[in-house]
Design a protein around this ligand. Structure first.
Ligand SMILES: O=C(O)CCC(=O)C(=O)O
Length: 306
């Protein structure tokens, strides 16, 4: 790893190149776009090393930026914020959560078809995800597939559990059961990107996507962000679907996110390091399905009573 003499690591903190108009149009039309080589190898080396130290299972390593310096720098001092803000046409960008998805070698951690919106405590046209690959990724180790245009369907699907056990029992109001996409694949415009470390995929929160098993001998590691732009507002969501349950954001439906929110802070435009929030009194705990999740101290009680 390259270290500058002042101890500052030499990762690309800014865009390596401008985002093109064509990429913006692809993102808005298809709902997803793959941008190559946006995070240089040093980011990936550092993040892989950090990822390997975090306890948890496939989807259980979440809300990492308050605790792990490499994840913190990636959030507040990498091109991630500018990339997403540019694609969504937003002046500002905030982060709701970061998750490190690790598909272990020869693991059958199938990711069912879902969209991310039902997990998110936010609504708006400028709400997206960003998937940053830390390993080479293709169909053999669980590259994500996307249904182009599904962000415009104006439908909301109840997610299924991420462990292949079928459906959650209940379907919340305003949602429907996810369609059996794999039984009808020819009817959908499905795209998969084969990626190198440092490539990133940006997707609207309403686009449907899924990923297969890792059939290889090496782990497949990726970081996902939930991001929001100017028009996003807080939204109460039904409990019991995601790690978001463990966080009390202190907002009510329709509220804007304050730029200095301790748990969902603004990351673009960039802010000086001394203003990066440090959420306090949090702990990692074993969650309901063996996940390790970062929780506020009273969250276990809250979850228990929900
Ligand atoms: O990378 C994965 O395994 C899953 C990604 C995903 O579902 C997401 O980013 O929402």
């Amino acid at each position: 790893m390259v270290q500058l003499s002042n101890g500052i690591r030499n990762m690309n903190r800014d865009l390596v190149r401008a985002i093109t108009q064509e990429e913006i149009e692809t993102f808005r039309e298809d709902g997803v776009v793959c941008l190559r080589g946006m995070f240089d190898p040093e980011w990936c080396d550092r993040l892989r090393d950090a990822a390997d130290t975090i306890p948890g299972n496939y989807s259980g390593r979440a809300f990492l930026w308050p605790f792990y310096e490499p994840f913190r720098e990636l959030v507040f001092d990498s091109p991630a914020g500018e990339i997403a803000a540019t694609l969504m046409g937003s002046e500002t960008l905030g982060i709701m959560i970061d998750i490190c998805f690790i598909k272990d070698p020869h693991s059958t951690s199938l990711t069912p078809w879902h969209h991310d919106q039902p997990y998110y405590q936010m609504q708006g046209k400028q709400v997206c995800g960003m998937w940053i690959g830390l390993d080479k990724c293709d169909a053999s180790n669980g590259a994500v597939e996307w249904i182009k245009g599904s962000h415009k369907w104006d439908r909301m699907f109840e997610p299924d559990p991420f462990d292949g056990t079928g459906h959650f029992e209940s379907v919340h109001d305003g949602r429907e059961r996810i369609l059996d996409i794999d039984a009808d694949r020819d009817n959908y415009d499905i795209v998969m990107f084969e990626t190198e470390p440092g490539d990133c995929i940006v997707d609207y929160a309403t686009i449907l996507h899924a990923a297969g098993d890792n059939t290889t001998d090496t782990p497949r590691r990726a970081i996902t962000y939930a991001l929001f732009g100017d028009d996003a507002r807080f939204l109460e969501i039904p409990p019991s679907r995601g790690v978001e349950d463990t966080r009390e954001l202190g907002l009510k439906t329709g509220d804007r996110f304050p730029p200095d929110h301790e748990l969902a802070p603004r990351i673009w435009p960039k802010r000086p390091r001394e203003t990066w929030p440090s959420p306090k009194e949090w702990a990692y705990t074993e969650g309901a399905e063996g996940d390790f999740v970062a929780v506020q101290p009273d969250a276990v009680d809250r979850l228990g009573s929900s």
